[in-house]
Design a protein around this ligand. Structure first.
Ligand SMILES: Nc1nc2c([nH]c(=O)n2[C@@H]2O[C@H](COP(=O)(O)OP(=O)(O)OP(=O)(O)O)[C@@H](O)[C@H]2O)c(=O)[nH]1
Length: 152
């Protein structure tokens, strides 16, 4: 069996990731110097605290990290990834930005990107399956739209 590195209690650490969509673009944020995986782009979010739901975690983290309020919508999937220091289970949700102006705390830059161009950015490795999931959903919607157009 492959040995996974986990937290002190030998757990996989649950982490939330918000895929915030606006005008067809999604928000990515770059981890600031001094943080683990500094310089990598990720979806904002963070570690789920004991007793907290992923949705509560996202609302708390987005307020703490970016100073914005979000509505948590669709669950996109959950992806486990092992780094040398931690194993995370990243739980991704589509979110919409409902209030507040963005200011950063844990990041040094943010970008709104066309999901089709996301591969140009050096994403945290755990986020790559999320980006793939978003692209698959976009393709499925495109196919659905084409299907509807053809049939009605
Ligand atoms: N927030 C966030 N963390 C991610 C993503 N992808 C990914 O691998 N991670 C990893 O998941 C862990 C979450 O850490 P974090 O630093 O954002 O969370 P936090 O603020 O709650 O914890 P902290 O107070 O220990 O820094 C880090 O090891 C981070 O590198 C992502 O898309 N968003």
């Amino acid at each position: 069996m492959v040995k996974q590195r986990t937290d002190r209690d030998n757990r996989i650490v649950g982490v939330t990731a918000a895929v915030i969509v606006r005008d067809g673009k999604i928000l990515i944020a770059r981890r600031k110097p001094g943080k683990k995986r500094a310089g990598f782009w990720e979806f904002p979010g963070g570690k789920i605290r004991d007793g907290e739901s992923p949705e509560e975690c996202l609302r708390r983290e987005l307020l703490e990290e970016l100073n914005i309020q979000v509505a948590v919508k669709t669950f996109l999937g959950s992806f486990v990834h092992s780094y040398p220091d931690i194993t995370v289970e990243l739980k991704a949700y589509l979110c919409t930005w409902t209030d507040g102006e963005i200011t950063f705390r844990d990041h040094d830059s943010i970008k709104w990107v066309n999901p089709k161009k996301i591969a140009r950015f050096r994403l945290s490795p755990a986020d790559i399956p999320i980006a793939d999931r978003i692209l698959t959903l976009l393709e499925e919607n495109f196919e659905d739209d084409n299907h509807e157009n053809r049939n009605g």
